[in-house]
Ligand binder design. Structure first.
Ligand code: GLV
Ligand code: MN
Ligand code: MN
Length: 414
């Protein structure tokens, strides 16, 4: 059985994981930042070394394409994920899938066989959405879900637009987004949750992905003296923000559905120890695998905010991202299961709690995902970890699935 070069893949994951560290060793490559540029440059260098055609589109998505010979303009099998990170990130989220995609194409390229259709690997821009909303932006634009000009005009948490920042780091490409229409899309990713490890199962065949709702809430109260203002005379934006946090947390914790709710950012103004906050700005991340449930959670939050506004503060809500749950393509899921079973690996069908580029590309092509275990279910943290053998096993399943889809597998039927 053909296999990927494990040392090359693991070495690259570590090398990319060393790019974008601050003085304390924290890894952060926010989309279109200086550190993202360094990661992109490294990746593009590897694509060129592998002899792939490199294309960059206007939203900064990077593609490495192996055209192959004699495949008559067939649509490519696309493998993808992202190399931007959250703040103080681990080294696997996104990067594993992109580098495994490159590894699979390099392995097949040197196998001497020719593919019945081109193979391509993509690193999509701004999957994490930490700096620019919405998340999964590059793949969303690729899938035609939002206009490229609107996406380029997105304003980052630090003020600049995505378009300006991509131009500044040299990744405002010239290809039109969506120029590469995939035949099928496959994404390999760490699970980022506890299921596979808990059950001792090496491979997840991901058949669905939950809905995501992101909102930014701005609460305006009145600044006043912390010592002289009686409790009954306050319009305290900070207190109101805290009530939003506890409302969301308690409601999700008590829910019968797998709803999760997170307030991940909060800023108070003027942010002084002896001043009642005049303003609070917080973000809400709400997720549920069921669209009706997600809508019910959004409605409950809206009703709570209305009640708060009756208490002498002003509440403004902006929607930052909204994606419905996605069901992946059953045939691709079956291919993943079959590939795992051929290698003697147990797999299980599962849903994804995290957002992924596959969720966007599923709009334009049959898509599915492969998961490998995450130690302790930890991700979006420097403690993110997957064992080398598990990473290699997942990459070999990706190899088999892609080889099959490109007519290079044992069945050779493309
Ligand atoms: C992407 O990492 C997400 O927020 O799920
Ligand atoms: Mn990811
Ligand atoms: Mn992530």
């Amino acid at each position: 059985m053909i296999a990927i070069d494990a040392q090359r893949l693991l070495g690259r994951i570590r090398e990319l994981g060393a790019v974008g560290r601050d003085a304390e060793g924290r890894l952060t490559r926010l989309a279109a930042s200086d550190t993202d540029k360094l990661g992109r440059d490294l990746f593009v260098g590897w694509l060129r070394q592998a002899g792939l055609d490199v294309a960059v589109d206007r939203i900064g998505n990077i593609f490495g394409i192996w055209q192959g010979a004699d495949n008559n303009g067939q649509a490519p099998v696309l493998i993808g994920s992202h190399i931007d990170t959250v703040i103080d990130a681990g080294i696997y989220d996104g990067c594993y899938g992109v580098l495994a995609g490159l590894e699979v194409i390099e392995t097949l390229k040197s196998s001497g066989l020719s593919p019945s259709r081109p193979l391509a690997v993509a690193a999509f821009t701004n999957e994490e959405g930490v700096r620019f909303s919405p998340d999964m932006m590059g793949s969303l634009v690729h899938a035609g879900g939002v206009d490229v000009e609107a996406a380029l005009a997105a304003v980052g948490t630090d003020g600049g637009t995505l378009g300006q920042e991509l131009a500044r780091i040299g990744y405002a490409g010239d290809r039109e987004p969506g120029f590469l229409k995939p035949h099928i899309y496959v994404e390999l990713h760490i699970e980022q949750g506890p299921v596979l490890e808990r059950e001792g199962i090496p491979i997840g065949a991901v058949e669905s992905l939950q809905g995501i709702s992101w909102q930014r809430i701005t609460i305006d109260g009145v600044a006043n003296h912390a010592g002289t203002t009686p409790m009954s005379m306050r319009s305290d934006a900070g207190y109101a923000a805290a009530r939003v946090v506890t409302f969301l947390h308690d409601r999700a914790a008590a829910s019968n559905s797998p709803t999760v709710a997170t307030v991940g950012t909060m800023r108070l103004e003027p942010n002084a120890i002896n001043v009642i906050p005049s303003r609070a700005v917080l973000t809400v991340d709400l997720r549920d695998p069921d669209e009706q449930h997600l809508q019910a959670e959004e409605a409950a939050l809206a009703a709570f905010l209305e009640r708060l506004a009756d208490e002498g503060i002003t509440v403004t809500v902006e929607r930052l991202a909204r994606f419905e749950p996605v069901i992946f393509d059953g045939r691709v899921v079956e291919l993943i299961e079959a590939a795992a079973s051929k290698r003697g690996l147990v797999s299980r069908r599962m849903t994804s709690g995290a957002g992924h580029d596959a969720q966007m590309i599923a709009r334009i092509a049959p898509a599915a995902m492969i998961f490998v275990p995450s130690a302790g279910g930890i991700s979006h943290s420097p403690r993110e970890h997957t064992e080398d053998a598990e990473l290699v096993a997942g990459a070999n399943i990706l190899l088999d699935v892609v080889a099959d889809l490109a007519g290079m597998g044992e069945r050779g039927n493309g």
